[in-house]
Design a protein around this ligand. Structure first.
Ligand SMILES: Nc1nc2c(c(=O)[nH]1)N[C@H]1C(S)=C(S)[C@@H](COP(=O)(O)OP(=O)(O)OC[C@H]3O[C@@H](n4cnc5c(N)ncnc54)[C@H](O)[C@@H]3O)O[C@H]1N2
Ligand code: MOO
Ligand SMILES: [Mg+2]
Length: 421
């Protein structure tokens, strides 16, 4: 008798699974290696920015009170008493009608309170002494970048779980993080099952196909923020699958297998879970593709039984593995971000189950347009290539017309979403 499985709604499957999600550990990495990682702690300003009053222009630092009477007809002359480049500090007193030549980024001398841009001065020399003429008045604080005007010491500038992008790299360096507390990447094992599988370098043989899943999944793991560890491909053999799963699991934080989760004669994963005593959370989800996606846990670790069919495998990863990975990385919104977009092409297929259509999202003059990327069976590989989004079509619907607003999940996004969507 073929095993009958009862599909559970996607939302219920995600909720069941997320009960097992946990934060990972922190590790320190050199700043140069922090790009693309996730902050394990809030990033706080340990000093004001700027940390001293500085000049935003190349010009002259002056005392504004000396310019009160300056005008086109009555230029006022200042004696230039020194020069400060960025990085230098001018310690002498600046007296009435004196000016200090100052460069962008240099600290304002204590007795000055305004800066005049070079272009607004007329320089001249008399008896070897430099002077400038100023033809307008300046107020206290004119052209000064004040200490703390951008950020105050103690402010939180990025939260724990933030993806480290170029801007965060700049902040980390600004605040002297030569070592950065980042989330340790979860190590995710991958095993492919299937006697039909050839390696990428093998010539095609009758009845065989190349194993694409274990090249696709590491790429998805990396996009999610984890680290992939490949344990090879296995023939459909129960004992071999059992020992490989058990052994591999001991070296990783979670394990993905692909293939062998359905009800066929050589689909051994259900038997593997049973033999190893893994508790199955679900083994049928009301979705297409990926209905056979199975999740179990053993020794406090999650086992993801993703479908062998490439598109089903892909979608199963994004819906179920990704939020576990992002939670491990301290991300507060671990699920795929959902937006509304306009369907760029009709999708005539009926949708008995919730359907996740591989799609390409584009921007057109303020609108988001989304179109399926091609062949839509769960066995499809080609439609994955261009996909940067999944269109979500509700179960029990009969097709969607071009121009309809549909829900779309973004695959290449770092903001993420909370649950429920
Ligand atoms: N009687 C039923 N048959 C099937 C059902 C069902 O409910 N009743 N479900 C179908 C659905 S839906 C899917 S999806 C597949 C899932 O199959 P498995 O997860 O058991 O995967 P396999 O049988 O091992 O392989 C399926 C398919 O994918 C190819 N494959 C496998 N591994 C890879 C790989 N690493 N790279 C590329 N392609 C791979 C394999 O050759 C098969 O063509 O079951 C349906 N059947
Ligand atoms: O798991 Mo299957 O993808 O529904 O085709
Ligand atoms: Mg099968």
């Amino acid at each position: 008798m073929v095993e009958r499985r009862t599909p559970i709604p996607v939302g219920e499957a995600v909720r069941n699974l997320m009960a097992y999600a946990s934060f990972g550990l922190k590790e320190m990495v050199a700043l140069e290696l922090a790009d693309g990682r996730y902050l394990a702690e809030d990033l706080a300003a340990d000093h004001d920015i700027p940390s001293f009053d500085r000049s935003p222009y190349d010009g002259f630092a002056i005392r504004s009170e000396d310019t009160v009477r300056a005008s086109k007809d009555h230029p006022i002359t200042f004696e230039v008493t020194g020069t400060i480049g960025a990085g230098s500090v001018y310690r002498d007193q600046v007296g009435p009608f004196q000016a200090v030549r100052i460069m962008t980024g240099a600290e304002i001398p204590k007795s000055c309170d305004a800066v005049v841009m070079l272009e607004l001065t007329r320089p001249f020399e008399e008896d070897g002494q430099a002077y400038i003429e100023i033809k307008r008045s300046f107020k206290h604080g004119d052209n000064i970048s004040f200490q703390g005007e951008e950020a105050r010491k103690g402010m939180i500038l990025a939260k724990r779980g933030t993806y480290i992008n170029p801007g965060i790299m700049a902040l980390l360096a600004t605040f002297g993080y030569s070592q950065v507390p980042v989330a340790r990447k979860p190590v995710i094992g991958i095993i492919a099952t299937g006697s039909e599988l050839l390696d990428a370098n093998e010539p095609l043989k009758p009845g065989k196909i190349r194993n694409s899943n274990t090249y696709m999944i590491p790429s998805q793991i990396q996009r999610a923020g984890g680290e992939a560890k490949y344990f090879g491909k296995l023939n459909d053999d129960l004992d071999m699958c059992c020992s490989a799963v058990k052994e591999s699991l001991s070296h990783v934080d979670m394990l993905i297998t692909t293939g062998g989760v359905s009800v066929g004669d050589y689909d051994y994963l259900p038997a593997v879970y049973e033999k190893l005593g893994a508790a199955v959370l679900f083994n049928k989800v009301a979705m297409r593709p990926g209905s056979v996606t199975t999740v179990a846990h053993l020794d406090n670790k999650l086992l993801f039984g993703l479908s062998g069919n490439p598109s089903a495998c892909y979608v199963g990863f994004e819906l179920f593995v990704r939020p576990i990975v992002r939670t491990y990385l301290f991300h507060g919104k671990p699920h795929l971000k959902k937006v509304k977009a306009i369907l760029g092409e009709s999708f005539p297929k009926p949708n008995p189950f919730m359907r996740f259509v591989r799609a390409k999202l584009t921007y057109d003059e303020g609108s988001l347009i989304v179109s399926p990327t091609g062949f839509d069976k769960s066995s499809a590989v080609s439609s994955l290539a261009e996909a940067n989004a999944l269109i979500v079509l509700q179960g029990g619907t009969r097709g969607y017309e071009k121009g309809t607003y549909v829900d779309v999940l973004l695959l290449e996004d770092h903001q993420g979403s909370e649950w429920p969507w």
